[in-house]
Design a protein around this ligand. Sequence first.
Ligand code: ZN
Length: 207
Amino acid sequence: MIVIGTIELKFTNGKGTFCCPQCEQERTYRQRTRRLFLTVYFIPLIPLQTLGDFIECTTCRGTFPVESATLTADQLHARKRQVAGELIRRALVAVVAADNVVTDEELEVVCDFAHRNEQPHITREQLLHETTAIRYAELDALGYLRHVASQLTKLEQETLVYHAFLAATAAGDLSPTRQTLLAHLPAAIGMPEARFREIVSRAVNHN
Ligand SMILES: [Zn+2]
């Protein structure tokens, strides 16, 4: 019986320099193509379809879409800011959805944050849909905030805490569910309590 199979191989088909999203510095990259081969007795013999190109940083070995090769440092930072802004917005939605009352004032805080952070398309209606979806999914808000915070810089985490407090208190009193959520937040995201208190007092003075 003849043993036939397929294998995916990667080939380098170019190189250059780019601003690596992971190293955040000018680095060299290799452009690589993934291609499927037909194997006979485990030996790749016949090239089949290509599975697409990607680029690989030769320093950190991170892999990125080909478009990343042409992004300038400014464009890269803008993109990172946008990603962080979206993550924070989703975390704020989770805070708003954490108890069963969603008010206009709360949605307004999140909407305002989104508009000032490169998400001009966000509407209150969309945010309301998102809170409903989260409540249906019975999302663990604290776990979600921890997950989001792990993808943010320290400064972005502070922005998250500040706006989480604004959103949680937008309608006046802090409900017991949200009190619990905010009380556990510093430990969950690894922020010193003293720093947390500073940010919360800044948010209180804002109101
Ligand atoms: Zn790199």
